[in-house]
Design a protein around this ligand. Structure first.
Ligand code: GAR
Length: 216
């Protein structure tokens, strides 16, 4: 019998607010056999509720308000230094409201993933986050929305898609009711995507990803 031992990936989760996806990742790692450890939570906002969630679970936190350092290069340096110090392998963006610096993306090639509350490439791009997405979906008359986890690239919300799930739009939906149903889907989708990444299970070809066929 061959046994493959997978080294646990050290994950940093970037947050800005409520942190319900962070919570789903913490719980997913605890019970879904994901070979990962949430080793650091980074926020740009000191008041983010997500930081309290991290602390409750004994996860180290770091706050990087964008105005706290002399300029964007110093900000990137500080972020990178913290990530290297924590020996981070993978980064999950979970409601993080800032665009990541190119230098950080280059330091973690195909190692940064993001969750978005629509079926990308629809309703994504600059300025499309949170309730704005759900308002735009309803205004468009679309009958289906959903959630997407994708690999982060320089072009906002345009990287290779890891997984998606559809949520039908109800006739009487408001942005709030749609957001709530999409969020429930996000909470099971994100741990699933993290598992694929942590297991190095994905083959990425251009914008397409697929689960690697295993030899054994
Ligand atoms: C989630 O719905 C996430 O998909 C969205 O922000 C919310 C964060 O909630 N992200 C974006 O819109 C990114 N463009 P949470 O803080 O409870 O996880």
């Amino acid at each position: 019998m061959t046994m493959s031992i997978i080294k646990k990936k050290r994950v940093a989760v970037f947050v800005s607010g409520r942190g319900s996806n962070l919570q789903a990742l913490i719980e997913g790692v605890a019970k879904d056999g994901i070979p990962a450890e949430i080793a650091l939570v980074i926020s740009n906002k000191p008041e983010a509720l997500a930081l309290q969630r991290a602390e409750r679970h004994g996860i180290p936190i770091a706050v990087f308000p964008p105005t706290g350092l002399p300029g964007p290069e110093a900000y990137t340096d500080a972020l990178l230094e913290r990530l290297y110090k924590a020996e981070i392998d993978l980064i999950c963006l979970a409601g993080f409201t800032r665009i990541l610096p190119s230098r950080l993306l280059a330091a973690f090639p195909q190692r940064v993933i993001n969750i978005h509350p629509s079926l990308l490439p629809a309703f994504g791009g600059k300025g499309m986050y949170g309730m704005r997405v759900h308002r735009a979906v309803l205004a468009s008359g679309a009958k289906y929305s959903g959630a997407t986890v994708h690999i982060v690239t320089e072009e906002i919300d345009c990287g290779p898609i890891i997984c998606q799930e559809v949520v039908p739009v109800a006739d009487d939906d408001t942005p709030e009711t749609l957001a709530q149903r999409v969020l429930e889907v996000e909470h099971r989708l994100y741990p699933r995507a993290l598992k694929l990444m942590a297991e190095d299970a994905l083959e990425i070809n251009g914008l397409r990803t697929r689960i690697r066929q295993r030899a054994d």
